[in-house]
Design a protein around this ligand. Sequence first.
Ligand SMILES: [Zn+2]
Length: 449
Amino acid sequence: MVRYIVLVVIDCLRADHASHNGYHLPTTPTIDSLGESGIIWEQAHSASSWTKPSVTSMLTGLYPNQHGVFHGVKRSKKRDTATTDRLADSIPTLASVFSSAGWRCGAFINNAQLGEFSGLGRGFETYVPNAGKADRLIGMFSDWMHADQNQPGFAYLHFLESHWPYKPRRRHVAMFGGNRDQNCFRDHSARDFGKLRRSISRGDAELSANELTQLCQLYDGSVRRLDGKIKIIQKMLDDLGVREETAILVTADHGEEFMEHDRIGHGHSLYDELTHVPLVAQIPSLEGGDRRRDPVSLTDLPCTLLDIAGLPQSLPGRSLVAQCATDTPVFSELWIRHRYIQTVRVAQWKLHRERKAEQRSGNAMESIPIQEWLTSTPVLETETLFDIEADPHETKNCINEAKRQGDSLRDVLNRWWEKCGTLNASQTDSQTEIDNEVVLRLRSLGYLD
Ligand SMILES: [Zn+2]
């Protein structure tokens, strides 16, 4: 019987840098062993390519156009205010469902994008959005676990150390052939990385092959360092005597780009380096060695966790524990300023559809639902199609050669879009003001100029 569920989210961890997904370096031995003794989903995809929309999908079961949380901070220098969109109070969350069923819910998070202002704290009786680095975060989680063992519990732990600025231990970089002390990015702050990303995006800077190798060594070392922290969680659960009653799931909110499509960082496209993430689960009484190869969406996490808990699956989506239909489409979305991108993946095929405003005018877009923006703004539409099996890095657009597959995915995307539009358009307009402290924290992550 499962009495505890621990959802571990590792920020920016792309699937193809996890050993159990075929990476050539041993970056994730602990996560691998969790998956090997439970279930590994080899083709899990996040609903977006940056934290806030993606995590909101993981905690509601809704895609971004349905929950309406798309944007970062919008600052008005004139009025000296900063606003962002937040989850509407009318939308049920995973924690609110667990809480109604008598489960304690605790969230211990290190990411300024997920502050109280996000609306994601609803249902968590303990919600700590600034839990800090891994050891402090795990300490808080441990205190929370020790405080009450009468009730079942759901905990969401969100680690940030695999997000820039990468600060692995010396030995974690050496493990992958690097030298931390001589690494050219060793002293980069998050703001330095943010600046570098903007320069690369504008075409004002580029990375040499050697610099890229050094960047990946820092990233891989940071992933390996975090992987070791999961062992500490396992030991704490062992010491508490609840390991046999605890399901542990590990995933990521999105991936990270290392120049595969001429950029670094995340949140600017929906290629697989940004949406394909690890997903593993160790579940009591479930046998190991179960590898699933069909594409699945992290929007299905809420129903999956409710299923593991033995509770009714009352949120959108489906449980991924049960053997599912193999051709269920998986979608991702991203809306940044004047561009809205959707992707749909079925089997090995992935269609990207991008709509770009014909004119960069107006600033109201960030406070209206995407459905409204698309009907009120003239856009230029482009589509690209990739065969992920033959071309995993999405370099060869085969929209003309594979016309039948393109038509089929376009139909799937259109049908889904019509369904989404009628479901939740009325729920997608919720903005909130945020205070200066949060703006400063976001700036320290390299998100704001
Ligand atoms: Zn993130």
